[in-house]
Design a binder for this molecule. Structure first.
Ligand code: ASP
Length: 585
């Protein structure tokens, strides 16, 4: 046996016991005739003491230990005189009587501690060392706990976990597919699934009734912000359900996770908001509802002022930042610069202050009377000391800009506490999204989403206005997951493909298997998928999903540790009948 106990286990009640521990040398300190070593494993840190008076040669051996050496130590548990209340084992130490070096270590490229001196790239290259840091390990422990609780909840509700294939057919719709050449079928390619969408629907046709899978999905996108080319979904599907059944079931899942993993009890139903309201009040289909600051529309109050910025704009919208009338010129200029950044793209920002004495001050005071300005403030329920920030322009664009400004103000005012959780459903998404560039409709969710039964008559006449039976779960301004009730009728599915500009041949080629399946008794069904990495990062209070993935890729899609992607041998290429021709430009 290598060890009798772990490094996180021993307490004062173990004093006097002879034990054997094994682990990594976190650090050692020599103080006169004594050497103290912090020994680390997954479970914690225990202090070892090597005393020259007890055993001179053991003491000398201990002084030769380097950082990250793997050692086995035998000794007696003793009460510490100098207790450390920061760690659970801080009341004891091990008076060493034996030491065996199990393996040496090179000096690690960064310190293996929560506060490390290693930069991002270095830590990614040596991810196996980064994973030794308790802060990183904790995230993976949380991930495990969540996966376990997800399976426990879904199993208790009769869901079956079924694996679906990873080598499938390319059906580009939405993101770009990763493809894999087939050696046995020269010139042909598999694709990696963007999600198991069609397979889970086929499982419903097969009568599986309730399916789930914690599953890897692959999307070859430019890695904006916080995306990974491979990520994990909690993918679910149910038969004989309508939207309400699905929302209840998976609201239950989210509440279960919060309760059993975070000890947070959500007793009230999660609020629901239509997509149209979310856009109108927050300028986003994933509003951060940890704070209010909802949009106020001012267009009707600003007309015919002679101020072209507002007169010419179809939309004038504002937020009221509580207590911010004291903002200085400099702070306001900074906010203007913020909304003018190319990523946000506003042309400028206007403001009105309701001073604590009730007077008003505004950047557009030249064009409006105080009474007019007070009318705006009133509509925004502003109180003395509040600041109104206003943007004007094209409706959807300006709402998105105002959304960024609102989030920025939320951050500045400390209203976005990562340890506070605000969940809601956004429902009634539009079925289609019009794309100016290609002059065609795209499915807002995906082509299998059913239209709202009330709107089916408008499919041809008023396509853009048709609502989908689709829903998203939002937590703290993040899309945690989303799904829809599906089309289960081959004729309607056919029509949907046509509206999306797919020819009959195209639809047959890409989705023939599904259309065929629908001819053999497809039950009504629906489901959703949660982004598992995102779910873990939200519960961990982290901004990045990278920190909750054991071996993530960087922003260029590279695995810095194994150095992938990489070129392959000519012989491999030959076998695949592939010639590489990299265009120099
Ligand atoms: N497959 C969908 C997605 O990946 C989720 C769903 O509709 O169930 O977004």
């Amino acid at each position: 046996m290598h060890r009798s106990n772990t490094c996180g286990e021993l307490r004062i009640s173990d004093a006097g016991r002879t034990v054997t521990l094994a682990g990594w040398v976190q650090r050692s300190r020599k103080m006169g005739g004594m050497t103290f070593v912090d020994l680390r494993d997954r479970y914690g840190i225990t202090q070892l003491v090597f005393n020259s008076e007890n055993d001179q040669s053991l003491f000398e051996a201990a002084n030769k230990l380097g950082r990250e050496y793997v050692i086995q130590v035998t000794g007696v548990v003793a009460e510490r005189s100098n207790k450390n209340s920061n760690i659970p084992t801080g009341d004891i130490e091990i008076i060493a009587t034996g030491l065996k070096i199990l393996n040496k270590s090179d000096v690690p490229p960064f310190t293996i501690e929560d506060e490390t001196d290693g930069g991002d790239d270095l830590r990614m290259k040596y991810r196996y060392l980064d994973l030794r840091r308790p802060a990183v390990r904790k995230n993976l422990e949380l991930r495990h706990r969540m996966a376990f609780e997800i399976r426990r909840y879904l199993d208790s509700k009769g869901f079956l976990e079924v694996e679906t294939p990873v080598l499938i057919k390319s059906t580009p719709e939405g993101a770009r597919d990763f493809v894999v050449p087939s050696r046995m079928n020269p010139g042909q390619f598999y694709a990696l699934p963007q999600s198991p969408q069609t397979f889970k629907q086929l499982l419903m046709v097969s009568g599986f009734d309730r399916y789930f899978q914690i599953v890897k999905c692959f999307r070859d996108e430019d890695l904006r912000a916080d995306r990974q080319p491979e990520f994990t979904q909690i993918d679910c599907e149910m038969s004989f359900v309508d939207q309400e059944d699905v929302l209840q079931m998976f609201e239950g899942l989210v509440k279960h996770i919060f309760k059993y993993v975070k000890n947070i009890d959500f007793t009230e139903p999660f609020p629901r908001m239509t997509w149209a309201d979310a856009m109108r009040l927050y300028g986003s289909d994933k509003p951060d509802t940890r704070f209010g600051m909802e949009f106020v529309e001012l267009k009707d109050l600003t007309e015919n002022s002679g101020f072209a910025v507002m007169d010419d704009a179809p939309y004038v919208g504002a937020i009221v930042a509580p207590g911010c009338a004291a903002y200085t010129r400099k702070q306001l200029d900074k906010l203007t610069d913020f909304v003018k950044r190319p990523q946000i793209g506003a042309k400028g920002m206007m403001w009105v202050k309701l001073e604590t004495d009730g007077s008003v001050k505004s950047s557009v005071g030249k064009f409006f009377t105080d009474d007019q300005l007070k009318g705006w403030l009133e509509r925004g329920n502003a109180r003395p000391g509040d600041l109104m920030l206003i943007l004007a322009g094209e409706t959807m664009k300006t709402r998105k800009q105002l959304c960024e400004l609102r989030l920025e103000m939320g951050s500045q005012l400390g209203l976005r506490n990562p340890q506070e959780f605000s969940c809601l459903w956004v429902v009634d998404f539009p079925l289609f999204e019009w794309d100016e560039e290609t002059q065609r409709y795209y499915a807002m969710h995906h082509p299998f989403t059913a239209p709202n039964p009330e709107d089916v008559d408008m499919l041809d006449s008023n396509t853009g206005e048709v609502r989908a039976t689709a829903y998203d779960m939002i937590v703290n301004g993040n899309e945690l997951g989303g799904g829809s009730i599906r089309i289960h009728d081959s004729e309607l599915q056919d029509k949907m493909f046509r509206l999306l500009g797919l020819s009959e041949e195209d639809a047959q080629y890409k989705f023939g298997f599904l259309m065929n399946a629908f001819k053999y008794g497809a039950p009504p069904h629906g489901g959703l998928a949660f982004g598992f990495d995102r779910f873990v990062s939200i519960l961990a209070g982290l901004d990045s999903i990278r920190d909750v993935i054991a071996f993530p890729k960087n922003n260029a899609g590279r695995d810095m540790m194994i150095d992938a992607p990489a070129e392959i041998d000519d012989s491999q290429l030959d076998e695949l009948c592939i010639k590489v021709d990299i265009d120099e430009k």
